[in-house]
Design a protein around this ligand. Structure first.
Ligand code: 2P0
Length: 326
């Protein structure tokens, strides 16, 4: 049987950086994110006894051998769980640049997990889907539930899952994803996280996170953009501080990244409540309320060094669609 899933990328408000277990992708801390409407992956999977070997293709791009192997390991986990052996054909496409710190692996493994389970006709709960997506790529578990999502750290694989805190309709936030460099990053997040404990600041980060999670949840509940923005920026800067003090150091920002951070601070002084967050790459996510989106877009137009801006509203989680890719 064939199935197709659409899964959004997500932007973390409280970040995931570091694992307790590399194999299972159990994180060092819980994290909170919002699904993105403008950056997503569509994946079609078909299992068939007629197919002799798994094939994996990316429309408009190419997977490396390593990425293909990672997808096939994802298929193997789903097959093992379902007690099935059929090989699969997988075709996938992204609406945004791969590897540029805009979480292609999150939407990718969320879409693969849902389409894979559906194509095998296996019964599943949302929680199980998040656990399987997590084993493909940690942040992928947050792309399964709707809207605003918490990934609960957990101590075992079954305990480390994601849940929706609020549906996408809860609060009309925007994430303007400002692309300043769409090339692949040199060091993958998986590799970068392996040396997280070489930073002397990781223990302070882990001590600070529980209260940040609380502040973030309260700000979401109250729809308080200033309180949310403050905790988002604090956690982003803290994660990048850890990254930059790892051995070897990970420096993802470029001059345009820094210019946008500074511009955001100036715009706030002018009375526009807009806040930045940055993942493992140079691109900047600007978070504001829907009513201020156009104002921020106008401000961005005056800056140089920007390739393009992807406008995102809060999105539903991964879901099945009827239009197959083959
Ligand atoms: C996040 N990132 O919370 C953080 C912020 C990057 C910076 O989750 O090794 O691609 O596949 O579990 O999920 C990116 O990490 O890493 C990520 P793996 P993943 O969004």
């Amino acid at each position: 049987m064939k199935a197709t899933a659409l899964a959004p990328a997500n932007i973390a408000f409280i970040k995931y950086w570091g694992k307790q277990d590399n194999e299972l992708r159990l994180p060092l801390n819980s994290s909170i994110s919002m699904n993105l409407s403008g950056a997503y992956t569509i994946t079609t999977v078909e299992f068939s006894p007629k197919v002799t070997a798994d094939s994996v293709s990316l429309l408009g791009g190419e997977f490396s051998q390593e990425e293909t192997a990672r997808v096939i390991r994802g298929l193997d986990r789903i097959r093992k769980h379902s007690g099935r052996m059929d090989r699969a054909r997988v075709v996938t496409k992204n609406t945004f640049p791969k590897g540029a710190g805009s979480a292609a692996s999150a939407s990718g493994f969320a879409a693969l997990t849902l389409s894979g389970f559906a194509a095998l006709g296996t019964a599943f709960t949302e929680r199980e889907l998040t656990v399987f997506a997590r084993m493909g790529s940690g942040s992928a578990c947050r792309s399964i539930p709707d809207g605003y999502v918490e990934w609960r750290q957990g101590k075992t694989s079954d305990d480390s899952y994601a849940v929706s805190l609020y549906p996408n309709t809860h609060w009309d936030l925007r994430d303007l994803l400002v692309i300043v460099d769409s090339r692949m990053k040199k060091i993958s997040t998986t590799e970068g996280m392996e040396t997280v404990t070489t930073s002397p600041f990781i223990s302070a980060r882990l001590r600070a996170i529980p209260s940040r999670l609380d502040r973030c949840k309260k700000a979401l509940q109250k729809k308080d953009i200033c309180a949310l923005g403050e905790v988002i920026e604090e956690d982003c800067l803290d994660m990048h501080h850890v990254m930059q003090t790892q051995v070897p150091p990970l420096t993802y920002w470029n001059d345009t990244t820094r210019m946008i951070i500074e511009a955001t601070q100036v715009w706030r002084k002018m009375g526009i409540p807009v806040y930045f967050t940055i993942d493992a790459g140079p691109n900047v996510h600007l978070i504001c309320e829907g009513k201020n989106e156009q104002l921020v877009i106008e401000k961005l137009k005056a800056l140089s060094g920007i390739e393009r801006v992807i406008q995102n509203s809060p999105a539903k989680g991964a879901h099945l669609i009827q239009e197959h890719l083959f």
